[in-house]
Design a protein around this ligand. Structure first.
Ligand code: HEM
Length: 505
């Protein structure tokens, strides 16, 4: 008996049968609609609502099949059962320039360069041993965060309005700068511990890079349009990658110090990268590999922890009983006589449940980092051609009413385990996406978790927070063009510990 092969055309048509997609046979696919419906991610989510029952859909942008997924079971089929098939990344103009021609890890298609840099990252920069080696640097930055907020509010009995977004984002820039370059600031910083112009420019540039990496730029689907810069993204990227002026001279100088034997002992991650040797005893990494990998490390670190803590605090200011419960947990586990340390994290389950809930409800990005299939395959009975782009919706998974009761309400209790077992920020079952899973899953879970919990717990422990006078509630409206809070979170901070507990200036 002859077996019938799955019909590629039929099953594709099934995938392409979204009601809103006019003229799917057109050579541009849905690109014309995409250009008319900005921001693209909101348009795609509107379309996805219409295919809610299926949990998967496909649209064509130019020649690229883009697979959109909103269902956790189907997400697991992709990233667990068929992980190796979907282990590549798309090539985009912005990832190309950010990675200096795909020299890094996270943004690089499957291949030898990805393998080489992944090994460096996992074994040399992010291993548990290295994490331990870097503990003092992380503690310095956690202390600095508390000092910076304390300096702003210590003089006023009624408390002072503090920009939580600024404090959180700068902490998330300071930590990796300290780990990599052994310095908090590129310039002098501000007297109160706040960022100088250099750090403000640097962190703002990192967020601009992040928002442009996979931003549905037209030349990513019609490559010959690159250079014409129809979306203006090339100009933006050119400008923001100018932050190389802060880090590249330090990297070049450090390479010279090691080459000439002036430096012999590793003190930070840059030393590690520069001193790695290949089998012939030659430097393993070129200067451009180090520079691009460091930029990628910075962008991988700066966004998620700061966004999650900002949203969690915003939600908790509107639900003071949750804020109270989290603070009481810290008082019980740590007390008020010393600041939270990493060793406390295991017992801060309610605090971690609040962070998890913010990951679920308020992801920083609408989609997981895109994956690309390296072979034809079939998922959930649909034929998926080689080269398809896979977009798991972080928003639709985390807010999926079939998975989560009352999905739009911030309820940390839903993450507490009945047996009291520890809460973690990972979600390998993909019911929402924090660090994702599989071959291309996050390599920085330990550092990312430690930064998120430390930032959150220290802000909760060190200060009592309240809604600014004259406002009834924190406005939880999302920005139109991103998933950030529309307005940066500001709140009144008052010290809640004895002055001697705060780190000295
Ligand atoms: C709370 C903090 C963090 C969160 C929530 C997070 C989340 C993610 C997510 C969702 C992905 C995409 C996974 C996929 O494609 O399926 C990813 C990839 C990645 N992350 Fe993180 N991340 C965090 C921190 C970090 C840190 C501190 C590093 C350290 C450099 C890091 C390094 C990476 C790398 C290298 C990849 C790509 C792996 C690959 O493509 O092979 N992340 N992360």
């Amino acid at each position: 008996m002859t077996m019938r092969k799955p019909s590629r055309r039929l099953s594709l048509r099934r995938l392409l049968s979204l009601p809103s997609f006019s003229n799917p046979g057109h050579f541009l696919g849905s690109l014309p609609q995409m250009l008319k419906n900005k921001p693209t991610f909101r348009w795609l989510h509107e379309l996805m609502k219409r295919i809610d029952h299926a949990g998967i859909a496909c649209l064509r942008l130019g020649n690229v099949h883009v697979i959109l997924v909103t269902c956790p079971e189907i997400s697991r089929e992709f990233l667990k059962n068929q992980d190796a098939v979907f282990a590549s990344r798309p090539v985009s103009m912005s990832t190309d320039v950010t990675t200096k021609g795909f020299l890094t890890t996270a943004l690089v298609p499957l291949g030898d360069q990805w393998k080489k840099m992944k090994k460096v990252l996992v074994k040399e920069l992010l291993s548990s041993t290295r994490h331990k080696w870097l503990t003092d640097k992380r503690v310095e930055e956690a202390d600095h965060l508390v000092r910076y907020v304390y300096n702003q509010c210590k003089a006023s009995v009624d408390g002072t309005i503090v920009d939580i977004r600024l404090a959180a984002q700068q902490y998330c820039g300071n930590v990796p700068r300290k780990l990599i370059f052994n310095t908090r600031f590129f310039g002098k910083g501000k007297e109160d511990g706040g960022p100088g112009v250099e750090e403000e420019e640097y962190v703002a540039a990192l967020f601009t890079i992040l928002s442009h990496l996979y931003s549905f730029c037209i030349s990513d689907y019609i490559p010959w349009l690159r250079g014409i810069d129809i979306d203006g993204h090339e100009k933006v990227m050119d400008k923001v990658l100018g932050i190389g002026k802060y880090q590249d001279p330090i990297i070049d100088e450090r390479i010279q110090q090691w080459r000439h034997g002036i430096k012999k002992n590793a003190e930070d991650l840059l030393d590690i990268l520069v001193s790695l040797k290949d089998n012939d005893g030659k430097p393993l990494l070129m200067a451009d590999e180090i520079k691009a990998q460091i930029t990628e490390f910075m962008i991988a670190t700066v966004d998620n922890p700061s966004n999650v803590v900002e949203w969690a605090l915003a939600e908790m200011l509107n639900q003071p009983e949750i804020l109270k419960k989290a603070t009481e947990e810290i008082d019980k586990v740590v007390g008020r006589g010393r600041l939270v340390e990493e060793a406390d994290f295991a017992r801060l389950n309610y605090v971690k449940a609040c962070a998890r809930e913010a990951f679920r409800l308020h992801p920083i990005a609408p989609f997981n980092v895109p994956h690309v299939s390296v072979a034809d395959t079939k998922v959930a009975n649909y034929f998926i051609p080689k080269g398809s782009h896979l977009l798991l919706s972080r928003v639709a998974l985390g807010r999926n009413p079939k998975v989560w009761d009352d999905p739009l309400t911030f309820k940390p209790e839903r993450h507490l385990k009945e047996d009291g077992s520890p809460v973690a920020l990972i979600e390998p079952e993909l019911r929402f996406i924090s660090f994702s899973t599989g071959m291309r899953g996050c390599k920085g879970v330990q550092l990312g978790t430690s930064m998120t919990v430390m930032l959150f717990a220290r802000l909760l422990q060190g200060f009592s927070w309240s809604i600014p006078p004259g406002e009834e509630a924190i406005d939880l409206t999302e920005a139109e063009n991103s998933l950030f809070l529309a307005k940066p979170l500001v709140a009144v901070a008052k010290p809640r510990l004895l002055s001697e507990v705060y780190p000295g200036n």
